[in-house]
Design a protein around this ligand. Structure first.
Ligand code: GTP
Ligand code: MG
Length: 325
């Protein structure tokens, strides 16, 4: 049985400490030496961050899409092996924000970069040398944590003959989140940079976010997969009912879009589109939860939710007081 989080975490200077766990010296004294690290996965949109997170932890936790900006909230995946716990955090892509949602997404990514122990900076194998990470994050000035550059999509863009092993003294890995090539070397680098300290989570925890979070994410992935260019960006989902213990697991969720015309498009002729979305999302949810699911999907409008601080807060985004990130 997979373990998910309760959705409740305490922010601590060292990273994240789950509500139920107390990392005291007493606890530490009875444990063999442990290492743990929070590893931020960063880069521009659509470079393969979420695909890499899934490959690193060996489960599909994060949604992926050929369209950019699929990830809106950081997704945490935990891998505990060989006395070391790696807490990977997949980030929204770094870009110049155009509306409040994008501002909040960027702020979340920056906040995780700040509190991580190590950073994986992703850049596609194509497209020449990556810009310096600091140039994408001018807010941070210099970055003190160890940074490894990961050239993604190595199955499509293999490394050139004379590939440098480091760039500006940062190690470079060529990897494919799809084939798994290069993943062991990245894990080895992450383990080598994990400080000696107790695990942040239970050894068999896989994720910190609650099951509801993954339901809404997979509904969004369905939208990215099946709806036209702009529609997925105006869409968000919320779980209204989650009948714990029911079999199949009953989940009622609502998709919100910004306009009535979009609502009609999501429903489709005779409900055909919403049915397709529901079937797609249900398949992914069942795979992750390892149980049968009944997904009851509805569609409503919520005008301008992407620029509305209250709406964003309701959907789980940290909106600083004053409404702007
Ligand atoms: N061939 C190949 N495609 C990949 C690889 N990694 C990612 N992709 C594809 O690239 C696209 C973007 O991947 P994502 O993992 O969603 O990228 P991301 O950086 O998380 O994107 P955002 O969340 O939008 O910032 C998807 O279509 C992936 O299937 C890879 O290693 N090889
Ligand atoms: Mg992503």
């Amino acid at each position: 049985m997979l373990r998910f989080g309760l959705g409740a975490v305490i922010e601590s200077p060292e990273g994240l400490t789950p509500l139920s766990r107390v990392t005291t010296a007493t606890y530490n004294a009875f444990m063999p030496e442990q290492r743990s690290a929070t590893v931020a996965i960063v880069g521009k949109p659509n470079v393969g961050k979420s695909t890499l997170l899934n490959a690193l932890v060996g489960r599909k936790l994060a949604i992926t899409s050929a369209k950019p900006q699929a990830t809106r909230l950081p997704v945490v995946g935990i891998l505990t092996t060989e006395g070391t716990q790696l807490v990977f955090v997949d980030q929204p892509g770094l870009m110049h924000p155009r509306y409040l949602l994008q501002e909040v997404m960027r702020a979340a990514a920056i906040s995780w970069v700040r509190k991580s122990d190590a950073i994986l900076y992703l850049h596609p194998g194509s497209g020449g040398r990556p810009p310096r990470l600091e140039s994408l994050l001018p807010e941070l000035g210099s970055i003190k944590q160890p940074i490894a550059i990961v050239r993604t999509m190595a199955d499509r863009f293999p490394p050139p003959e004379a590939v440098p092993s480091s760039d500006e003294n940062r190690p470079v890995f060529w990897a494919s989140g799809l084939t798994g090539d290069g993943i062991p070397s990245i894990l080895e680098w992450c383990r080598a940079h994990a400080p000696i300290r107790p695990f942040l989570y239970d050894a068999d925890d896989l994720a910190t976010q609650p099951q509801r979070f993954f339901v809404t994410e997979f509904v969004r992935e369905a939208a990215f997969e099946h709806l036209g260019q702009e529609l997925p960006y105006s869409l968000i989902a919320e779980v209204d009912e989650f009948r714990e213990g029911s079999d199949p697991l009953y989940i009622r969720a609502t998709i919100y879009v910004e306009r009535e015309t979009q609502r009609r498009m999501v429903i489709g002729k005779g409900g055909k589109t919403i049915k397709t979305l529901g079937e797609y999302a249900r398949g992914k949810i069942e795979e992750l939860f390892e149980q049968q699911v009944y997904l009851d999907l509805w569609v409503k409008t919520l005008p301008k939710w992407r620029s509305e601080p209250h709406a964003l807060a309701r959907f789980g985004f940290s909106v600083p007081s004053g409404g702007s990130a």
